[in-house]
Ligand binder design. Structure first.
Ligand code: HEM
Ligand code: MTE
Ligand code: MO
Length: 464
Protein backbone atom coordinates (compact mmCIF):
# COMPACT_ATOMS: atom_id res chain seq x y z
CA UNK A 1 0.00 0.00 0.00
CA UNK A 2 0.92 3.68 -0.03
CA UNK A 3 3.39 4.90 2.60
CA UNK A 4 1.86 6.01 5.89
CA UNK A 5 1.63 9.73 6.69
CA UNK A 6 4.29 11.09 9.03
CA UNK A 7 3.49 12.91 12.29
CA UNK A 8 5.39 14.70 15.04
CA UNK A 9 4.90 13.76 18.70
CA UNK A 10 3.22 17.14 19.13
CA UNK A 11 0.62 16.30 16.48
CA UNK A 12 -0.03 12.93 18.11
CA UNK A 13 -0.47 14.70 21.47
CA UNK A 14 -3.47 16.62 20.08
CA UNK A 15 -5.40 13.33 19.93
CA UNK A 16 -5.95 12.70 23.59
CA UNK A 17 -9.71 12.33 24.00
CA UNK A 18 -12.72 10.66 22.38
CA UNK A 19 -13.69 13.95 20.73
CA UNK A 20 -10.25 14.44 19.11
CA UNK A 21 -9.82 10.69 18.48
CA UNK A 22 -7.40 8.79 20.67
CA UNK A 23 -3.93 8.26 19.23
CA UNK A 24 -0.99 6.46 20.78
CA UNK A 25 2.54 5.62 19.65
CA UNK A 26 4.51 2.42 19.97
CA UNK A 27 8.07 2.44 18.66
CA UNK A 28 7.93 4.76 15.66
CA UNK A 29 4.34 3.86 14.69
CA UNK A 30 1.19 5.91 15.30
CA UNK A 31 -2.20 4.30 16.04
CA UNK A 32 -5.76 5.60 16.23
CA UNK A 33 -7.28 3.33 18.88
CA UNK A 34 -10.59 5.22 19.34
CA UNK A 35 -12.60 2.29 18.02
CA UNK A 36 -10.80 -0.10 20.37
CA UNK A 37 -11.56 1.84 23.57
CA UNK A 38 -14.79 0.01 24.33
CA UNK A 39 -13.28 -3.34 23.33
CA UNK A 40 -10.22 -3.12 25.58
CA UNK A 41 -10.10 -6.01 28.08
CA UNK A 42 -8.30 -3.70 30.52
CA UNK A 43 -10.96 -0.97 30.25
CA UNK A 44 -11.31 2.31 28.39
CA UNK A 45 -9.88 4.46 31.21
CA UNK A 46 -6.55 2.64 31.03
CA UNK A 47 -6.00 3.44 27.36
CA UNK A 48 -6.97 7.05 28.01
CA UNK A 49 -3.97 7.29 30.36
CA UNK A 50 -1.72 6.80 27.36
CA UNK A 51 -3.82 8.93 24.97
CA UNK A 52 -1.72 11.28 22.87
CA UNK A 53 1.53 9.67 23.95
CA UNK A 54 3.64 6.55 24.04
CA UNK A 55 2.46 3.13 25.20
CA UNK A 56 5.93 2.06 26.34
CA UNK A 57 5.87 3.43 29.93
CA UNK A 58 2.52 1.70 30.56
CA UNK A 59 3.39 -1.51 28.82
CA UNK A 60 6.57 -1.76 30.89
CA UNK A 61 4.14 -2.49 33.74
CA UNK A 62 1.42 -4.29 31.80
CA UNK A 63 4.03 -6.14 29.81
CA UNK A 64 1.65 -8.95 28.82
CA UNK A 65 0.79 -6.59 25.94
CA UNK A 66 4.13 -7.47 24.35
CA UNK A 67 2.70 -10.65 22.83
CA UNK A 68 1.95 -11.37 19.24
CA UNK A 69 -1.84 -11.41 19.54
CA UNK A 70 -1.91 -8.01 21.24
CA UNK A 71 0.57 -6.44 18.82
CA UNK A 72 -1.56 -7.73 15.94
CA UNK A 73 -4.60 -5.93 17.34
CA UNK A 74 -2.55 -2.76 17.69
CA UNK A 75 -1.21 -3.04 14.11
CA UNK A 76 -4.76 -3.07 12.77
CA UNK A 77 -5.21 0.51 14.06
CA UNK A 78 -2.04 1.95 12.49
CA UNK A 79 -2.58 5.38 10.91
CA UNK A 80 0.92 6.75 10.54
CA UNK A 81 4.55 6.90 11.54
CA UNK A 82 6.58 9.26 13.67
CA UNK A 83 8.84 11.64 11.87
CA UNK A 84 12.41 10.25 11.84
CA UNK A 85 13.53 13.51 13.49
CA UNK A 86 11.59 12.65 16.64
CA UNK A 87 13.90 11.44 19.43
CA UNK A 88 13.11 7.92 20.66
CA UNK A 89 11.26 7.49 23.99
CA UNK A 90 13.65 7.25 26.93
CA UNK A 91 13.69 3.67 28.12
CA UNK A 92 11.87 2.99 31.38
CA UNK A 93 13.19 1.02 34.33
CA UNK A 94 11.82 -2.50 34.67
CA UNK A 95 8.99 -2.42 37.25
CA UNK A 96 9.46 -6.19 37.62
CA UNK A 97 13.12 -5.95 38.66
CA UNK A 98 12.17 -6.84 42.28
CA UNK A 99 10.06 -9.90 41.40
CA UNK A 100 11.22 -13.03 43.26
CA UNK A 101 13.09 -15.94 41.60
CA UNK A 102 10.87 -18.84 40.42
CA UNK A 103 11.28 -22.54 39.76
CA UNK A 104 12.36 -23.19 36.14
CA UNK A 105 9.94 -26.14 35.83
CA UNK A 106 6.96 -23.76 35.72
CA UNK A 107 5.33 -23.19 32.33
CA UNK A 108 5.26 -19.43 31.88
CA UNK A 109 2.19 -17.88 30.24
CA UNK A 110 3.35 -14.29 30.72
CA UNK A 111 6.62 -13.24 32.35
CA UNK A 112 5.62 -9.68 33.28
CA UNK A 113 3.30 -9.85 35.15
CA UNK A 114 4.27 -13.37 36.17
CA UNK A 115 1.65 -15.96 35.24
CA UNK A 116 2.74 -19.57 35.32
CA UNK A 117 1.49 -23.07 35.97
CA UNK A 118 3.08 -26.41 36.83
CA UNK A 119 3.65 -28.96 34.03
CA UNK A 120 0.63 -31.31 33.74
CA UNK A 121 2.49 -34.36 35.07
CA UNK A 122 3.43 -32.51 38.26
CA UNK A 123 -0.09 -31.29 39.15
CA UNK A 124 -1.47 -34.51 40.63
CA UNK A 125 1.82 -35.79 42.08
CA UNK A 126 1.09 -34.16 45.44
CA UNK A 127 -2.17 -33.63 47.30
CA UNK A 128 -0.63 -30.43 48.72
CA UNK A 129 1.09 -28.62 45.87
CA UNK A 130 4.70 -27.75 46.85
CA UNK A 131 4.76 -23.93 46.92
CA UNK A 132 7.35 -23.56 44.10
CA UNK A 133 4.96 -25.49 41.78
CA UNK A 134 1.76 -23.75 42.98
CA UNK A 135 0.37 -21.78 40.03
CA UNK A 136 1.07 -18.06 40.14
CA UNK A 137 -1.37 -15.46 38.86
CA UNK A 138 -0.16 -11.88 39.23
CA UNK A 139 -1.72 -8.82 37.56
CA UNK A 140 1.11 -6.46 38.58
CA UNK A 141 4.67 -6.55 39.94
CA UNK A 142 5.15 -8.36 43.26
CA UNK A 143 5.37 -5.68 45.98
CA UNK A 144 8.38 -5.73 48.31
CA UNK A 145 7.04 -5.61 51.85
CA UNK A 146 8.96 -5.03 55.07
CA UNK A 147 7.18 -7.33 57.55
CA UNK A 148 8.16 -5.16 60.54
CA UNK A 149 6.60 -2.05 59.02
CA UNK A 150 3.61 -3.90 57.59
CA UNK A 151 0.14 -2.96 58.86
CA UNK A 152 -3.26 -4.36 57.97
CA UNK A 153 -5.87 -1.60 57.88
CA UNK A 154 -9.36 -2.67 58.89
CA UNK A 155 -12.27 -0.29 58.73
CA UNK A 156 -14.36 -1.04 61.82
CA UNK A 157 -18.13 -0.94 62.27
CA UNK A 158 -17.93 2.63 63.62
CA UNK A 159 -15.98 3.94 60.64
CA UNK A 160 -12.61 4.06 62.39
CA UNK A 161 -9.56 2.35 60.94
CA UNK A 162 -7.78 -0.32 62.97
CA UNK A 163 -4.13 -0.78 62.20
CA UNK A 164 -2.83 -4.29 62.94
CA UNK A 165 0.77 -5.45 62.75
CA UNK A 166 1.60 -9.05 61.92
CA UNK A 167 2.46 -9.54 65.56
CA UNK A 168 -0.97 -8.14 66.62
CA UNK A 169 -2.69 -10.58 64.28
CA UNK A 170 -0.71 -13.57 65.51
CA UNK A 171 -1.11 -12.64 69.20
CA UNK A 172 -4.74 -11.56 69.31
CA UNK A 173 -6.37 -14.25 67.23
CA UNK A 174 -6.30 -18.03 67.27
CA UNK A 175 -4.35 -19.71 64.49
CA UNK A 176 -6.27 -21.95 62.07
CA UNK A 177 -5.05 -24.26 59.34
CA UNK A 178 -7.26 -24.75 56.28
CA UNK A 179 -6.47 -27.04 53.37
CA UNK A 180 -7.96 -25.33 50.33
CA UNK A 181 -7.68 -25.46 46.57
CA UNK A 182 -7.30 -22.18 44.71
CA UNK A 183 -8.44 -22.08 41.08
CA UNK A 184 -8.27 -19.16 38.66
CA UNK A 185 -11.44 -18.46 36.66
CA UNK A 186 -9.22 -18.63 33.58
CA UNK A 187 -8.07 -22.21 34.25
CA UNK A 188 -8.28 -24.16 30.94
CA UNK A 189 -8.87 -20.99 28.89
CA UNK A 190 -6.51 -22.35 26.20
CA UNK A 191 -9.22 -24.84 25.20
CA UNK A 192 -11.68 -21.95 24.80
CA UNK A 193 -9.11 -19.97 22.80
CA UNK A 194 -8.62 -22.99 20.52
CA UNK A 195 -12.30 -22.85 19.62
CA UNK A 196 -12.45 -19.07 19.24
CA UNK A 197 -9.86 -16.64 20.54
CA UNK A 198 -10.75 -14.60 23.62
CA UNK A 199 -7.59 -12.46 23.13
CA UNK A 200 -6.73 -13.31 26.71
CA UNK A 201 -4.06 -15.20 28.55
CA UNK A 202 -4.17 -18.89 27.60
CA UNK A 203 -4.00 -21.13 30.68
CA UNK A 204 -3.59 -24.88 30.40
CA UNK A 205 -5.07 -27.18 33.04
CA UNK A 206 -2.70 -25.97 35.75
CA UNK A 207 -4.26 -22.73 37.05
CA UNK A 208 -5.36 -24.71 40.09
CA UNK A 209 -3.35 -25.86 43.13
CA UNK A 210 -3.88 -26.87 46.73
CA UNK A 211 -2.12 -25.81 49.92
CA UNK A 212 -2.47 -25.92 53.67
CA UNK A 213 -2.95 -22.27 54.61
CA UNK A 214 -2.20 -21.07 58.14
CA UNK A 215 -3.51 -17.83 59.58
CA UNK A 216 -6.38 -16.18 61.41
CA UNK A 217 -10.05 -16.34 60.53
CA UNK A 218 -11.37 -13.24 58.74
CA UNK A 219 -14.48 -13.75 60.85
CA UNK A 220 -12.54 -13.30 64.10
CA UNK A 221 -10.98 -10.06 62.81
CA UNK A 222 -14.36 -8.74 61.64
CA UNK A 223 -16.00 -9.59 64.98
CA UNK A 224 -13.11 -7.78 66.70
CA UNK A 225 -13.89 -4.79 64.43
CA UNK A 226 -17.50 -4.78 65.61
CA UNK A 227 -19.35 -6.61 62.85
CA UNK A 228 -22.21 -8.98 63.68
CA UNK A 229 -23.03 -12.34 62.09
CA UNK A 230 -26.37 -11.12 60.65
CA UNK A 231 -24.93 -7.98 58.97
CA UNK A 232 -25.50 -7.51 55.24
CA UNK A 233 -22.97 -6.30 52.71
CA UNK A 234 -19.65 -7.07 51.11
CA UNK A 235 -16.13 -7.33 52.46
CA UNK A 236 -13.71 -5.47 50.18
CA UNK A 237 -10.02 -6.27 50.05
CA UNK A 238 -7.14 -4.24 48.63
CA UNK A 239 -3.65 -5.45 47.78
CA UNK A 240 -0.36 -3.55 47.94
CA UNK A 241 0.26 -4.11 44.22
CA UNK A 242 -0.57 -0.96 42.26
CA UNK A 243 0.09 0.66 38.89
CA UNK A 244 1.31 4.19 37.96
CA UNK A 245 -2.22 5.55 38.07
CA UNK A 246 -2.66 4.30 41.65
CA UNK A 247 -4.99 1.47 40.67
CA UNK A 248 -4.66 -1.31 43.23
CA UNK A 249 -5.69 -4.93 42.89
CA UNK A 250 -8.97 -5.35 44.74
CA UNK A 251 -11.91 -7.73 45.10
CA UNK A 252 -14.78 -8.49 47.44
CA UNK A 253 -16.86 -11.35 48.82
CA UNK A 254 -20.30 -11.35 50.46
CA UNK A 255 -20.11 -10.53 54.18
CA UNK A 256 -22.24 -13.61 54.74
CA UNK A 257 -19.44 -15.86 53.47
CA UNK A 258 -16.90 -14.02 55.62
CA UNK A 259 -19.00 -14.27 58.80
CA UNK A 260 -20.15 -17.85 58.26
CA UNK A 261 -18.61 -19.99 61.04
CA UNK A 262 -18.37 -22.74 58.42
CA UNK A 263 -17.00 -20.42 55.70
CA UNK A 264 -13.35 -20.81 56.81
CA UNK A 265 -12.19 -17.57 55.14
CA UNK A 266 -8.61 -17.05 56.22
CA UNK A 267 -6.11 -14.22 56.47
CA UNK A 268 -3.11 -16.44 55.82
CA UNK A 269 0.50 -15.81 56.77
CA UNK A 270 1.63 -19.41 56.20
CA UNK A 271 1.53 -21.72 53.20
CA UNK A 272 2.33 -25.41 53.66
CA UNK A 273 3.79 -24.75 57.10
CA UNK A 274 6.18 -22.06 55.93
CA UNK A 275 6.12 -18.29 55.73
CA UNK A 276 3.91 -17.19 52.82
CA UNK A 277 6.16 -16.86 49.71
CA UNK A 278 6.34 -13.44 48.03
CA UNK A 279 4.54 -14.64 44.88
CA UNK A 280 1.63 -15.85 46.99
CA UNK A 281 1.07 -12.66 48.95
CA UNK A 282 3.78 -12.20 51.61
CA UNK A 283 3.22 -11.21 54.36
CA UNK A 284 -0.59 -11.69 54.38
CA UNK A 285 -3.25 -12.82 51.93
CA UNK A 286 -6.91 -13.70 51.92
CA UNK A 287 -7.86 -17.31 51.17
CA UNK A 288 -11.55 -17.70 50.32
CA UNK A 289 -12.16 -21.47 50.21
CA UNK A 290 -14.59 -22.70 47.55
CA UNK A 291 -14.48 -19.34 45.77
CA UNK A 292 -12.76 -18.23 42.56
CA UNK A 293 -9.05 -17.38 43.06
CA UNK A 294 -9.52 -13.73 42.11
CA UNK A 295 -11.13 -12.98 45.50
CA UNK A 296 -8.19 -14.36 47.49
CA UNK A 297 -6.39 -11.02 47.54
CA UNK A 298 -2.63 -11.22 48.06
CA UNK A 299 -0.38 -8.64 49.79
CA UNK A 300 -3.48 -7.61 51.71
CA UNK A 301 -3.33 -4.05 52.99
CA UNK A 302 -6.95 -3.02 53.57
CA UNK A 303 -10.27 -4.56 54.57
CA UNK A 304 -13.51 -2.60 54.49
CA UNK A 305 -17.18 -3.50 54.72
CA UNK A 306 -19.89 -1.77 52.72
CA UNK A 307 -23.22 -2.14 50.97
CA UNK A 308 -21.57 -2.54 47.55
CA UNK A 309 -19.07 -4.88 45.95
CA UNK A 310 -15.48 -3.72 45.43
CA UNK A 311 -15.24 -1.06 42.69
CA UNK A 312 -12.10 -2.75 41.36
CA UNK A 313 -11.78 -3.51 37.65
CA UNK A 314 -11.30 -7.16 38.57
CA UNK A 315 -14.57 -7.26 40.50
CA UNK A 316 -16.71 -5.27 38.07
CA UNK A 317 -15.20 -5.64 34.59
CA UNK A 318 -13.62 -9.05 34.71
CA UNK A 319 -14.25 -12.46 36.30
CA UNK A 320 -17.91 -12.57 35.28
CA UNK A 321 -19.64 -15.20 33.15
CA UNK A 322 -21.57 -14.36 29.97
CA UNK A 323 -23.61 -16.17 27.34
CA UNK A 324 -21.69 -17.33 24.25
CA UNK A 325 -23.90 -14.83 22.37
CA UNK A 326 -22.42 -11.81 24.19
CA UNK A 327 -19.70 -9.94 22.26
CA UNK A 328 -17.43 -7.03 23.21
CA UNK A 329 -19.93 -4.78 21.38
CA UNK A 330 -22.93 -5.96 23.39
CA UNK A 331 -21.44 -6.83 26.78
CA UNK A 332 -23.05 -5.14 29.78
CA UNK A 333 -20.91 -5.88 32.82
CA UNK A 334 -23.63 -4.74 35.23
CA UNK A 335 -25.84 -7.61 34.00
CA UNK A 336 -23.79 -10.51 35.32
CA UNK A 337 -22.91 -11.19 38.96
CA UNK A 338 -19.26 -11.49 39.89
CA UNK A 339 -18.03 -15.07 39.96
CA UNK A 340 -17.85 -16.33 43.54
CA UNK A 341 -18.40 -20.10 44.01
CA UNK A 342 -17.05 -22.13 41.11
CA UNK A 343 -18.61 -25.02 39.18
CA UNK A 344 -17.46 -28.64 39.32
CA UNK A 345 -14.15 -29.19 37.51
CA UNK A 346 -11.79 -32.02 36.60
CA UNK A 347 -8.85 -32.65 34.30
CA UNK A 348 -6.48 -35.38 33.15
CA UNK A 349 -2.91 -34.68 34.25
CA UNK A 350 -1.42 -37.95 32.98
CA UNK A 351 -0.79 -39.10 30.34
CA UNK A 352 -0.07 -35.70 28.80
CA UNK A 353 -1.05 -35.26 25.12
CA UNK A 354 2.55 -35.70 23.97
CA UNK A 355 3.27 -38.79 26.10
CA UNK A 356 4.34 -42.00 24.38
CA UNK A 357 1.92 -44.77 25.29
CA UNK A 358 2.33 -48.42 24.30
CA UNK A 359 -0.13 -51.33 24.62
CA UNK A 360 -0.28 -52.79 28.13
CA UNK A 361 -0.85 -51.27 31.52
CA UNK A 362 -1.78 -47.56 31.57
CA UNK A 363 -2.42 -45.31 34.56
CA UNK A 364 -4.61 -42.28 33.98
CA UNK A 365 -4.38 -39.57 36.65
CA UNK A 366 -5.99 -36.25 37.36
CA UNK A 367 -7.67 -33.86 39.73
CA UNK A 368 -11.31 -32.97 40.49
CA UNK A 369 -12.75 -30.13 42.55
CA UNK A 370 -15.94 -28.19 43.05
CA UNK A 371 -16.70 -24.77 44.51
CA UNK A 372 -18.84 -23.79 47.50
CA UNK A 373 -17.48 -26.60 49.67
CA UNK A 374 -19.23 -29.25 47.57
CA UNK A 375 -17.39 -32.55 47.74
CA UNK A 376 -16.42 -34.47 44.61
CA UNK A 377 -18.28 -37.76 44.92
CA UNK A 378 -17.23 -39.45 41.67
CA UNK A 379 -15.00 -39.15 38.62
CA UNK A 380 -15.87 -41.02 35.42
CA UNK A 381 -13.16 -41.78 32.88
CA UNK A 382 -13.48 -42.95 29.28
CA UNK A 383 -10.72 -44.13 26.94
CA UNK A 384 -12.95 -44.13 23.86
CA UNK A 385 -14.15 -40.53 23.70
CA UNK A 386 -17.13 -41.07 25.99
CA UNK A 387 -18.70 -44.24 24.56
CA UNK A 388 -17.88 -46.32 27.63
CA UNK A 389 -16.99 -45.21 31.13
CA UNK A 390 -15.23 -46.46 34.24
CA UNK A 391 -15.09 -45.00 37.72
CA UNK A 392 -11.74 -43.65 38.88
CA UNK A 393 -10.32 -44.26 42.33
CA UNK A 394 -10.40 -41.06 44.43
CA UNK A 395 -7.77 -40.02 46.97
CA UNK A 396 -7.66 -37.06 49.31
CA UNK A 397 -8.13 -36.06 52.90
CA UNK A 398 -11.49 -36.51 54.64
CA UNK A 399 -13.37 -33.20 54.62
CA UNK A 400 -16.40 -31.92 56.53
CA UNK A 401 -19.74 -31.91 54.69
CA UNK A 402 -20.28 -28.58 52.92
CA UNK A 403 -16.68 -27.67 53.70
CA UNK A 404 -14.84 -29.73 51.07
CA UNK A 405 -12.47 -26.94 50.12
CA UNK A 406 -9.75 -29.15 48.68
CA UNK A 407 -9.57 -31.20 45.51
CA UNK A 408 -9.63 -34.96 45.09
CA UNK A 409 -6.89 -36.61 43.14
CA UNK A 410 -7.92 -39.62 41.11
CA UNK A 411 -6.47 -42.45 39.10
CA UNK A 412 -7.61 -45.27 36.89
CA UNK A 413 -5.56 -48.31 35.91
CA UNK A 414 -6.49 -49.55 32.48
CA UNK A 415 -5.02 -51.97 29.98
CA UNK A 416 -4.50 -50.84 26.41
CA UNK A 417 -5.05 -53.80 24.03
CA UNK A 418 -2.45 -54.49 21.31
CA UNK A 419 -3.56 -53.05 18.01
CA UNK A 420 -4.97 -49.89 19.63
CA UNK A 421 -4.04 -46.94 17.41
CA UNK A 422 -5.52 -44.07 19.39
CA UNK A 423 -6.81 -43.29 22.85
CA UNK A 424 -9.39 -40.59 23.33
CA UNK A 425 -9.27 -40.13 27.11
CA UNK A 426 -12.07 -38.16 28.73
CA UNK A 427 -12.85 -37.34 32.36
CA UNK A 428 -15.79 -35.77 34.13
CA UNK A 429 -16.53 -35.25 37.81
CA UNK A 430 -19.73 -35.20 39.84
CA UNK A 431 -20.09 -33.12 43.02
CA UNK A 432 -22.22 -33.65 46.12
CA UNK A 433 -25.11 -31.67 44.57
CA UNK A 434 -24.94 -34.03 41.56
CA UNK A 435 -23.68 -31.21 39.38
CA UNK A 436 -21.90 -32.59 36.30
CA UNK A 437 -19.60 -30.98 33.77
CA UNK A 438 -20.78 -29.97 30.26
CA UNK A 439 -19.41 -32.27 27.54
CA UNK A 440 -18.00 -29.61 25.20
CA UNK A 441 -16.61 -26.08 25.35
CA UNK A 442 -18.84 -24.57 22.62
CA UNK A 443 -21.98 -23.95 24.67
CA UNK A 444 -20.04 -22.35 27.56
CA UNK A 445 -17.53 -20.31 25.51
CA UNK A 446 -17.53 -16.67 26.61
CA UNK A 447 -15.62 -13.48 25.70
CA UNK A 448 -13.69 -13.43 28.97
CA UNK A 449 -12.69 -17.07 28.59
CA UNK A 450 -13.66 -17.94 32.16
CA UNK A 451 -15.37 -20.91 33.83
CA UNK A 452 -14.24 -23.58 31.39
CA UNK A 453 -15.26 -26.84 33.04
CA UNK A 454 -16.07 -28.89 29.94
CA UNK A 455 -15.10 -32.59 29.98
CA UNK A 456 -11.34 -32.70 29.67
CA UNK A 457 -10.07 -34.69 26.70
CA UNK A 458 -6.60 -36.00 25.89
CA UNK A 459 -6.02 -37.69 22.54
CA UNK A 460 -2.97 -39.92 22.31
CA UNK A 461 -1.60 -42.07 19.51
CA UNK A 462 -0.47 -45.45 20.78
CA UNK A 463 2.98 -46.68 19.70
CA UNK A 464 3.99 -50.32 19.05
C1 HEM B 1 -5.48 -6.17 28.83
C2 HEM B 1 -4.78 -4.58 24.31
C3 HEM B 1 -3.37 -0.24 26.06
C4 HEM B 1 -3.88 -1.94 30.58
C5 HEM B 1 -5.36 -6.12 27.45
C6 HEM B 1 -5.57 -7.24 26.57
C7 HEM B 1 -5.41 -6.79 25.31
C8 HEM B 1 -5.05 -5.40 25.38
C9 HEM B 1 -5.56 -7.60 24.02
C10 HEM B 1 -5.87 -8.68 27.03
C11 HEM B 1 -4.54 -9.33 27.26
C12 HEM B 1 -4.58 -10.73 27.84
O1 HEM B 1 -5.36 -10.98 28.79
O2 HEM B 1 -3.78 -11.57 27.37
C13 HEM B 1 -4.37 -3.26 24.38
C14 HEM B 1 -4.11 -2.41 23.24
C15 HEM B 1 -3.74 -1.19 23.72
C16 HEM B 1 -3.75 -1.28 25.19
C17 HEM B 1 -4.23 -2.83 21.77
C18 HEM B 1 -3.38 -0.01 22.86
C19 HEM B 1 -3.82 1.18 23.04
C20 HEM B 1 -3.31 -0.35 27.43
C21 HEM B 1 -2.79 0.65 28.34
C22 HEM B 1 -2.92 0.16 29.61
C23 HEM B 1 -3.54 -1.14 29.51
C24 HEM B 1 -2.18 1.99 27.92
C25 HEM B 1 -2.52 0.72 30.94
C26 HEM B 1 -2.38 2.00 31.20
C27 HEM B 1 -4.45 -3.19 30.48
C28 HEM B 1 -4.94 -3.95 31.62
C29 HEM B 1 -5.41 -5.16 31.12
C30 HEM B 1 -5.20 -5.13 29.67
C31 HEM B 1 -4.94 -3.49 33.07
C32 HEM B 1 -6.07 -6.30 31.90
C33 HEM B 1 -4.99 -7.17 32.38
C34 HEM B 1 -5.45 -8.21 33.37
O3 HEM B 1 -6.36 -8.99 33.05
O4 HEM B 1 -4.87 -8.22 34.43
N1 HEM B 1 -5.03 -5.01 26.70
N2 HEM B 1 -4.14 -2.55 25.53
N3 HEM B 1 -3.74 -1.42 28.17
N4 HEM B 1 -4.65 -3.91 29.32
FE1 HEM B 1 -4.41 -3.22 27.45
N1 MTE C 1 -4.17 -10.43 44.71
C1 MTE C 1 -3.44 -9.36 44.35
N2 MTE C 1 -3.16 -8.41 45.26
N3 MTE C 1 -3.02 -9.21 43.07
C2 MTE C 1 -3.31 -10.15 42.11
O1 MTE C 1 -2.89 -10.00 40.95
N4 MTE C 1 -4.48 -12.27 41.57
C3 MTE C 1 -5.70 -12.99 41.94
C4 MTE C 1 -5.62 -13.51 43.36
N5 MTE C 1 -5.18 -12.47 44.26
C5 MTE C 1 -4.09 -11.28 42.47
C6 MTE C 1 -4.48 -11.39 43.82
C7 MTE C 1 -6.03 -14.10 41.06
S1 MTE C 1 -6.82 -13.71 39.61
C8 MTE C 1 -5.83 -15.41 41.44
S2 MTE C 1 -6.35 -16.67 40.47
C9 MTE C 1 -5.12 -15.74 42.70
O2 MTE C 1 -4.71 -14.58 43.40
C10 MTE C 1 -3.89 -16.56 42.40
O3 MTE C 1 -3.21 -16.87 43.58
P1 MTE C 1 -1.76 -17.52 43.51
O4 MTE C 1 -0.89 -16.65 42.67
O5 MTE C 1 -1.31 -17.65 44.92
O6 MTE C 1 -1.94 -18.88 42.85
MO1 MO D 1 -7.43 -15.55 38.56
Amino acid sequence: GPPFPVFTRQEVACHHSDADRVWVTYGSDVFDVTDFLELHPGGKSKILLAAGGALEPFWALYAMHKQEHVLEILQSYKVGELSPEEPPQPSVGDPYAEDPPRHPALKINTLKPFNAEPPSEVIAENYLTPSPFFFKRNHLPVPLVDPAAYRLHVQDACGRTLSLSLRDLKRSFRKHDVVATVQCAGNRRAEMNALQSTNRLGWGIGAISTACWGGVLLRDVLVHAGYQPGDEGHVCFEGLDRDQSGTVYGASIPLKKAMNPEGDVLLAYEMNGEELPRDHGFPLRVVVPGTVGARSVKWLTRISVGPEESKSHWQRKDYKGFSPAVTWDTVDFSKAPSIQEMPVQSAITEPSPDASVTPGELTVKGYAWSGGGRNVIRVDVSLDGGKSWREAELTGEEQLPGRAWAWKLWQLKASVPTGTKQLNIVCKAVDSSYNEQPDTVGPIWNILGVLNNAWHRVRISVGE
